[in-house]
Design a protein around this ligand. Structure first.
Ligand code: 5BU
Length: 265
């Protein structure tokens, strides 16, 4: 199955340019680590992005929590993305009808489409949400992830909801590059969806607000995820950001190498 091929092999054949460059840079940097930088000041966000930059393939943001947001912040993030060779993923979780999300993606204060290589959307509104976002994102060479599963306790995104979300992605393979999910979602050899999994931690199992953590090994070897998304495990202790980024990058990459070994023919 595609999920168990190497990232390099998957990068060669992927129909979406954004997915191709992501796979290529993962192999180049030997990293399947995405850091979720959920901090509320521009200074902190930039300083963490610069510190973790060399170890990550993808920087995940929640841009609307930054108190002193301005367009200079996104310009600096773009510069860091070039300097350290990573892509940017704004975890916006769009959830409205196509016409509304189109504006939320392109316009307003944040102009997400203009700087974020990847964003994501809930499937609850039906596939009009994908069509609306694609009108803005496709001409810019962006990629979309659908939320097929969530990491939090009691999530309703399961069973039929998850299956139908995958079906929706199959009808929009030009723009949908994969899923936020807890397990591999591919069924066929000829399709290749990237699976990014949040809820990853090496030291704790949860956060008291519903978050649930698994180890990089559980995610990548046990469940077939491709990219581990780690937040507080990395930036939680300000003195250890770089050290933790190295640690998670190593754990994620070792798990990937083990998966490749296990599935060699
Ligand atoms: P943490 O600090 O590693 O718990 O942060 C996890 C991040 O991933 C945080 O930005 C969440 O908004 C995000 N997330 C998640 O935790 N679980 C999900 O199912 C989805 C996103 Br979708």
């Amino acid at each position: 199955m595609n999920t168990y091929k190497t990232y390099a092999e998957r990068g060669k054949n992927h129909p979406n340019a954004c997915a191709r460059s992501l796979f290529e840079l993962m192999e180049r940097k030997k990293s399947n680590l995405s850091v979720a930088v959920d901090v509320t000041s521009k200074r902190e966000l930039l300083s963490i992005a610069d510190a973790v930059g060399p170890y990550i393939c993808l920087l995940k943001t929640h841009i609307d929590i930054v108190e002193d947001f301005d367009m200079d912040l996104v310009q600096q993030l773009q510069e860091l993305s070039k300097k350290h060779d990573f892509l940017i993923f704004e975890d916006r979780k769009f959830a409205d009808i196509g016409n509304t999300v189109k504006h939320q993606y392109a316009n307003g204060v944040y102009k997400i489409a203009s700087w974020s290589h990847i964003t994501n959307a809930h499937t609850v509104p039906g596939d009009g949400i994908i069509k609306g976002l694609a009108e803005v994102g496709l001409p810019l060479g962006r990629g979309l992830l659908l939320l097929a599963e969530m990491s939090s306790k009691g999530s309703l995104a399961k069973g039929n909801y998850t299956t139908e979300s995958v079906e929706m992605a199959r009808h929009h393979k030009d723009f949908v590059i994969g899923f936020i999910a807890q397990h591999k979602m591919n069924s066929y050899d000829e399709e290749d969806f990237i699976v990014m999994s949040p809820g990853v931690g090496l030291d704790v199992k949860g956060d008291g607000l519903g978050q649930q953590y698994r180890t990089p090994h559980e995610v990548i070897v046990g469940s077939g995820g491709d990219i581990i998304i780690v937040g507080r495990g990395i930036y939680g202790n300000p003195d250890q950001v770089e050290e933790q980024a190295k640690r998670y990058r190593q754990a994620g990459w070792d798990a990937y190498l083990e998966r490749v070994r296990l599935h060699q023919h």
